[in-house]
Design a protein around this ligand. Structure first.
Ligand SMILES: Nc1nc2c(ncn2[C@@H]2O[C@H](COP(=O)(O)OP(=O)(O)OP(=O)(O)O)[C@@H](O)[C@H]2O)c(=O)[nH]1
Ligand SMILES: [Mg+2]
Length: 461
C-alpha cells in the first residue's frame, strides 16, 4: 500500500460488507470526488434536500448502459465530521454479488480507485481522527469473539489506552526538555538535580509496568487460551472434550489409543475464548501412526497456555503418570482426576507427591466436578478472574514497544545514580523511551509499520 501524503488524495471505493447474499450490502466512497461520483450514479426519488449532508436518501443507481441497477439508500457525509474526515458516501443496496460488484464498478468508472486493505481506517488515522491504538482497535472490535474481549476492544477504540500512553509521553518530553536545556546552557546544569528527577521517572515506570503486566490477560482475551488435555490412553480425555462441548465430537471407546490425532474445538468460559484440544494418549507408541500422534501431542503441549493433565481415579497411579507430571514442572497445568464415579484406587496423597499442580476431581461420564473445573481453567489462565476494567494491553506490538520503553527508563534511572551524572546518555535513554511510546500511539511511526498494521485489515474497512 502506498501512503498518500499529497494534498489531493484519490477518492477510494470498496464494498464494506461481506460479499454474499443478504438483506443489505454497502459500497463506501471516501475522498474529494465522492459527492461528484455519487451525483452521477444516484437518482434520488425526491430531489428536494436530496444532497444534504448526513441524511438518508431513497433513490436508484442508474447504469449508463441502460436500466436501473438497484433501489438504494444513499448517505452523503461531507467532511470533516466523517470516519475519514473526508467526504464519505455510503450506498446501502441489496446484498448480492451482481449488485455490489456493478455499483462498485460504476464508482470506479467515474473516477474512484479501489481502496487498499484498511485504507478507510488509515485515512482516519492520517487525518488525526484516530490514534494508532484506536485504528488497531477497529480490527480488534471486528475480531472480538466474546463479550469480555469486545469490552476491552471497545475501550481501546474509545482511546483510553492511547490517552494514557500520550500522557506518559508528555511527562517524559517535559523531563527531556529540562535535561536538554541544561545541556545547551551548561551554566544552568548545576540546577539539574538527579534526586529531583529520578522519583518522577520511577513512578511513571511503575505505572507502565502495571500496564505491561496486563498483557498476559489481554492476549488471552484477544487470541483465546489454548488448553490441551493430555494423559495416558483411556483415562477419558476425549470424554472430557465432549463433555465441555456438550457434543459427541471425539470418538470415545474403551480401547486404549482411540484418539490418534489432536482435535481442536472452541468454547467460551467466563467470556474468555478457549481453544480446547484433545490429544492422543501418551504412551510407548504401538505403531507408526500412533507414534506420529504422540509426537503431535508433545508439540501441542509445548504451545499450551494451560495443560489439563488427566489421570484415571479408578486405577492406581502409574509410573508413566509420575513421569508425565514431572515433565510438566514449571508449566501452567492442572491435574484432573477422572472417573470419580467409580470406586477409587488412586491415592490422593501419592498424587500430590507426584503433582505440583492443583487437583480437580471430575467424572466426564456423569458431569460431576465439571463446573468447578471450568472455573479453575479461567482462574489459572488469567491469574484470578477476568479483568475488563481499566487499560489492558492486548497487542504484541504494544507489548514489545512498552517493554523497550521500560528498559530505557531503567537505564536512565541507573545513569542518574552515577556521579557525575552522564546527562547526555540519560537524555538519549529518555529520547528512546519517548520514541517507543510514540510508536504505539502512532506519533512516531514509519510507513512500513503502518503498511503492516493496515495490511491486516480487509478491503472496505
Ligand atoms: N466410569 C467412567 N468411565 C469413563 C469416564 N470418562 C471416560 N470413561 C470411559 O473410559 C473409556 C476411555 O474414554 P476416552 O474418552 O476414549 O479416553 P481417552 O483418554 O480419550 O483415550 P485415548 O483416546 O485412547 O487416549 C471409555 O470407555 C469411556 O466411556 C468417567 O468419568 N467415568
Ligand atoms: Mg481419546
Amino acid at each position: 500500500m502506498k501512503l498518500e501524503t499529497s494534498d489531493h488524495p484519490d477518492t477510494i471505493a470498496a464494498i464494506s460488507t461481506p460479499l454474499g447474499e443478504a438483506g443489505i450490502g454497502i459500497v463506501r466512497l471516501s475522498g474529494p470526488q465522492a459527492e461528484t461520483i455519487a451525483r452521477r450514479l444516484f437518482h434520488p426519488n425526491h430531489s428536494r434536500g436530496a444532497w444534504r449532508s448526513h441524511r438518508l436518501n431513497l433513490g436508484r443507481i442508474i447504469d449508463p448502459d441502460g436500466g436501473v441497477v438497484d433501489e438504494v439508500l444513499l448517505t452523503l457525509m461531507r467532511g470533516p465530521h466523517t470516519y475519514t474526515r473526508e467526504d464519505v458516501v455510503e450506498i446501502n443496496c441489496h446484498s448480492g454479488y451482481g449488485v455490489l460488484r456493478r455499483i462498485l464498478e460504476l464508482t470506479l468508472d467515474h473516477g474512484a480507485r479501489l481502496a487498499c486493505p484498511g485504507e478507510f481506517t488509515l485515512r482516519a488515522f492520517l487525518s488525526g481522527r484516530l490514534d494508532l491504538t484506536q485504528a488497531e482497535a477497529v480490527l480488534e472490535v471486528i475480531q472480538a469473539r466474546t463479550a469480555a474481549s469486545l469490552k476491552v476492544a471497545a475501550s481501546h477504540l474509545e482511546g483510553g489506552l492511547g490517552r494514557r500512553l500520550r500522557e506518559s509521553r508528555e511527562t517524559l518530553l517535559d523531563l527531556l526538555a529540562r535535561v536538554e536545556a541544561a545541556l545547551d546552557f551548561p551554566e544552568e546544569a548545576e540546577e539539574l538535580a538527579p534526586e529531583a528527577m529520578a522519583p518522577g521517572i520511577a513512578e511513571l515506570a511503575r505505572g507502565l509496568q502495571g500496564l505491561l503486566a496486563t498483557y498476559q490477560q489481554g492476549r488471552l482475551l484477544r487470541e483465546g487460551l489454548l488448553a490441551v488435555i493430555a494423559g495416558r490412553p483411556n483415562v477419558g480425555k476425549s470424554s472430557l472434550l465432549n463433555r465441555l462441548l456438550n457434543l459427541e465430537r471425539a470418538i470415545v471407546s474403551e480401547i486404549p489409543g482411540t484418539t490418534r490425532d489432536f482435535i481442536e474445538e472452541s468454547i467460551t468460559l467466563s467470556g474468555v475464548p478457549v481453544r480446547l484440544m484433545d490429544t492422543a494418549g501418551l504412551r510407548e507408541a504401538q505403531d507408526r501412526v500412533e507414534e506420529m500422534g504422540v509426537a503431535r501431542t508433545r508439540e501441542r503441549l509445548a504451545q499450551a497456555d494451560l495443560i489439563l493433565y488427566m489421570v484415571d481415579g479408578s486405577q492406581p497411579l502409574e509410573e508413566a503418570d509420575r513421569l508425565g507430571l514431572a515433565e510438566l514442572a514449571g508449566r501452567p497445568a492442572l491435574t484432573v482426576i477422572n472417573k470419580i464415579d467409580l470406586p477409587q484406587q488412586l491415592s490422593e496423597n501419592r498424587l500430590k507427591e507426584a503433582s505440583p499442580f492443583p487437583i480437580a476431581p471430575i467424572s466426564a461420564l456423569t458431569g460431576a466436578g465439571i463446573e468447578e473445573l471450568k472455573g479453575r481453567i479461567v482462574d489459572l489462565a488469567l491469574g484470578g478472574g477476568v479483568k475488563t476494567q481499566g487499560e489492558i494491553l492486548t497487542q504484541a506490538r504494544h507489548y514489545q514497544h512498552l517493554s523497550r520503553c521500560l528498559d530505557c527508563l531503567d537505564q536512565a534511572l541507573a545513569l542518574l545514580k552515577q556521579t557525575p551524572v552522564p546527562w547526555e546518555l540519560a537524555a538519549l535513554e529518555l529520547q528512546e523511551a519517548i520514541g517507543e511510546l510514540g510508536e504505539i500511539t502512532g506519533e512516531e511511526v514509519g510507513d512500513a509499520v503502518l503498511d503492516r498494521i493496515f495490511g491486516e485489515f480487509c478491503i472496505g474497512k
